[in-house]
Design a protein around this ligand. Structure first.
Ligand code: ADP
Length: 543
């Protein structure tokens, strides 16, 4: 039997097509950047596309060949945006590197990826000067600035100036078309255990992720939006916003290194930002600043919060005090990163607000393209009853199949094990209980550290809280709560513990509370549980 084939055009899904589309259909829509140099830069998608073409020409002139990796150590800004497109669009691979990692880790990652070119912001000149002698694959170092800001002296031989490279070209360049499965970019996982591993995205996976993430039940981006990604462009491609923003033709506002509450607030207001995205810790800073100064947002309407569990108290504050809708989302580097987002279904619209909130506090439903399951330790699927919790596994066209240059497959029966423990309710809303390594195992029962943190965060005197497992002679592990108080607030151990009563089962209430000035965060702004566990390894729980 001969198969009847579809008779549609074969057009590979190319990352360059996103920018070409924006440049043609939203040519005068702005991209506004707060520069490392301190000033504000503005131009349009039309300008960005032209400069990305010039950059592609410049990189070819430097000898880059298809497949070569171009590393970046850079904040969110228009030059970084041009590198995203100029590299991938010309069959090079954009490798964004998290500058908040330890220098040794950064060097390890650059050497593992064998970056041929390294582009970096002025802020990272001292770091790169230190690392350069150990970066044998890097043939060209490019400082992302203009001639006037180039250092008079530097230890980096042949340091190139980004603006000079770009402006030397004529832009007479046509974006090539090639296999949509070609690598487009690499992000490394933060490697809390062992060395970081590279997730290698393709043009196809990136464009599909951009399509899906822009849907109304996902981020719901549109050409009417002004999007400010607080999430860095070095943290899983700013959750795809530089791609989905171009796909819908939204104005982009890129905050550079200025991520404190005051700078962000001023940028939200001056650029009329409608939509944003970031990890919970950045919102802590912004909310504190806005509250202390009695400020409201005039245009800001909604934000995606993910990367770690968003405490329900934060959702309430943003919605009730600031009128900002929170879209709680879950994802990971290996998923490009979006997996689930929490938005109501039609059947939920008549529920009382409290019941709606409880749904929205979950990590949400998968977007079409991602398939998920929870499994028991025997690998068998568990029911979607909102009660059974198991290992969350996923698959889909923007989920990795293997890591960069690693032979062993991470997949189990074709599914990617996320390392997260979750429940799924009959409506498909997934809720993360914990990362499997953070769960607290007390007398054979699991206690969710996220649940304990969410309750603590609802206390008006708590700025931030972390729950970790503490060794216990009888129960194996018991929960220890670590709390940062809000400035000027008093809160005792007894008051904190009393706050748990009636909110969870008695045996789940932490055994002890420790007050600290600061909780350590990872390079992507998550609570560093491993470090806390080490720090409090010798903590003796009261009997
Ligand atoms: P890393 O693994 O390097 O920390 P990722 O950014 O890929 O970097 O982190 C993915 C992990 O972050 C997930 O596996 C999950 O444990 C956690 N995570 C992400 N979003 C959420 C969320 N909304 N709630 C709880 N945990 C989350």
């Amino acid at each position: 039997m001969s198969r009847l084939m579809g008779q549609m055009m074969q057009m590979p899904l190319m990352i360059s097509s996103l920018l070409k589309h924006a440049a043609r259909h939203c040519a005068d829509t702005e991209i506004v950047s707060k520069r490392v140099e301190g000033d504000v830069h503005r131009y349009t998608y039309r300008d960005a596309e032209l400069r990305a073409r010039k950059l592609a020409q410049a990189l070819a002139r430097l000898g880059c060949q298809p497949g070569d990796r171009v590393g970046t150590l850079a904040w969110n800004g228009y030059r970084h945006f041009e590198i995203y497109y100029g590299t991938s669009g010309s069959e090079l691979v954009c490798h964004t590197i998290n500058p908040r990692l330890f220098p040794e880790q950064i060097a390890w990652i650059i050497n593992d990826a064998e970056d041929r070119v390294l582009c970096f912001d002025l802020s990272f000149l001292p770091l790169v000067e230190k690392l350069a002698p150990g970066l044998s694959s890097v043939k060209h170092f490019v400082l992302m600035t203009d001639r006037a800001h180039m250092p008079a002296q530097t230890g980096i031989p042949g340091l190139l100036c980004y603006e000079e490279l770009v402006e030397a070209e004529d832009g007479n360049y046509t974006w090539p078309e090639f296999d949509e499965n070609t690598a487009s970019s690499i992000c490394y996982t933060s490697g809390t255990t062992g060395h970081p591993k590279g997730a290698v995205y393709s043009h196809r996976s990136t464009v599909l992720h951009a399509y899906a993430s822009a849907l109304p039940d996902a981020m719901g981006s549109s050409a009417q939006d002004v999007i400010l990604p607080v999430v860095p462009m070095f943290h899983v491609n700013a959750w795809g916003l530089p791609y989905s923003g171009a796909l819908v033709g939204a104005k982009l506002v890129l905050p550079g290194p200025h991520l404190d509450g005051k700078s962000l607030y001023e940028l939200f207001e001056s650029e009329k930002v409608t939509f944003s995205a970031g990890v919970p810790t950045v919102w802590l800073g912004l909310i504190t600043y806005a509250k202390q100064n009695n400020l409201k947002f005039s245009t800001f309407k909604r934000t995606v919060i993910g990367g770690s569990a968003c405490p329900p108290a934060m959702i309430r504050t943003l919605e009730d005090d600031f009128g900002v809708q929170v879209i709680h989302a879950w994802g990971m580097t290996e998923l490009s990163p979006l997996g689930t987002l929490s938005k109501l279904k039609a059947k939920h619209l008549d529920l009382p607000p409290e019941a709606q909130r409880r749904i929205l506090e979950k990590q949400g439903k998968v977007i079409y393209g991602i398939d998920m399951q929870i499994t028991g330790d025997d690998g068998r699927p568990l029911p979607w009853d909102g009660q059974a919790s198991g290992n969350l596994v996923v698959r889909g066209p923007w989920v990795i199949q293997s890591y960069f240059r690693r032979d062993e497959s991470p997949l189990q029966d074709g599914w990617f094990p996320t390392g997260d423990v979750a429940t799924i309710d009959p409506d498909g809303f997934m809720q993360i209980t914990d990362r499997s390594k953070d769960v607290i195992k007390s007398g054979g029962e699991w206690i969710s550290s996220i649940d304990l943190e969410n309750i603590a965060m609802a206390h008006p005197a708590v700025h931030e809280a972390a729950a970790i497992a503490c060794k216990h002679p009888k129960w194996d592990e018991r929960p220890l709560l670590i709390v940062v108080r809000k400035p000027g607030q008093s809160l005792t151990r007894e008051e904190m513990l009393a706050f748990y009563e009636g909110k969870i089962a008695k045996w789940q209430i932490p055994d002890d509370v420790v007050f600290v000035d600061e909780i350590p965060h990872t390079a992507t702004g998550k609570i560093q549980k491993l470090k806390l566990r080490e720090q409090f390894a010798a903590h003796v729980l009261p009997t």
